[in-house]
Ligand binder design. Sequence first.
Ligand code: NAD
Length: 462
Amino acid sequence: MKYFLAIIGGGPAGYTAAEIASKAGKDVIIFEQNALGGTCLNVGCIPTKTLLYSAKQYYNATHADKYGVKAEGVAFDYTKIVQRKTKVVRKLVAGIKQKLNNEHCTVIMGAASVVSRTDDNVVIACGEEQYEAENLLICTGSTNFVPPIPGLQDNPTIWDSTMALDSKELPQSMIIVGGGVIGMEFATLYHELGVPVTVIEAMPTILPNLDQEIVNILLEKYRKAGIQILTDTKVTEVQGNRVVTTNGEYEAEHILVSVGRRANMQGLEALTDIEIHRGGIVVDEFMRTNLKNVYAAGDVTGKIMLAHVASRQAEVAVGRMLKQLPLQRIAYNAIPSVVYTNPEIACVGLTEKDLNEIHEGDFAPSMSTDEPFVPYEVHQLPMTYSGRFVAENEGEMGLCKVIVDKRSKTVMGVHMIGNPCSEFVTAASFAVRMGYTVGEFKQVVFPHPTVAEVMREVIMEA
Ligand code: NAD
């Protein structure tokens, strides 16, 4: 039998593509070497959020006094926390299996590799069998990057995020190398469970791609709470459980290395002509590679490594394969992102830094002054402008920033810190995606009392 579509990788890109192509009546085969759900469901988003939720429950219980609640003898059982995480993951993976079964999609568990390819045929091997398809979608994801620092290899104190999630025991102390998204989420988890944490970041700031005013609020809170955060600090060597840096030496029971991820290219060796840039597969706006009938989606493209980007890319790829009109595209300018620290950070669209880079060297249109042209306005308010936020976030300020294009008054970006901003950043994504002006956004009614109303308050002042 020849399939319409073969998919390598069963993460958010792969299973989304499999489901929609099968639903459209096509014969689809999907290969997965570990577990359906990929990194996100098994060793990424879902298990971290489950552990973080337990940590937050414990943290809130131990800080309940500020809400007038007395909680004595509060304790946690880490074994139970980890067991619950495993249960949640199992349940969601079973859900994916069920969905694919319902759509009569062929699921093959095993490591697949491309054997050969022509413009209308791809041959894939998995175990002893070979399979043929008209189209191939590569969704092989990414793996943790291990930097070339002496002492990281064959060192039992070194963890990557998968090992940290798998550990049945809480470390006594933890050094986290890399203050990016993974690093700061694990810093939150361990800190809230009482583990001494040191974060070592090579750049002058943690979370370097985010709005720095927002990041500084987190940085200040975490430092005050006792998390040691070293910036502008490079790790030069690791000796057992000792980390040697440009800023002194540090020791901990375990060292988590979270300095980024790299595209997974195993099994694709036969595609010798596929175009690669910076380790990721190059794709066009429809997720087509330079090889006819070969598409790629998700982390393997090395674009934005987020599960929700992967699944949207899969929708676009399958839409193009099926020639569904109008052709779909991804609005890369309106991809929300969330960092699950406490408080959460959520943002969408351009930052001030992005806009300054775009307009670098521009001057005011009148040319009457040598002042650099600042093409945007920043409107912002603390989250405490929302009554609901004040009611539920004792002692927190939060911040909501809206970046508006000066000339058109279009909303270009929204950047927030404060719980639970991950839950309403979608409203901001909608505004950025639809190109709302401030005037149009003002007409949107927000329910009261909600924390989201702070966004409306900011817009009303714009
Ligand atoms: P990242 O790119 O977000 O952060 C890596 C950090 O490590 C950067 O701040 C970088 O400056 C620093 N760094 C690099 N080399 C270093 C070194 N030698 N010493 C010290 N610091 C160093 O990568 P990540 O945190 O590993 O996450 C990987 C991917 O997974 C990212 O694309 C991320 O967006 C995604 N992810 C997303 C979420 C989420 O959406 N909530 C959660 C986890 C991971």
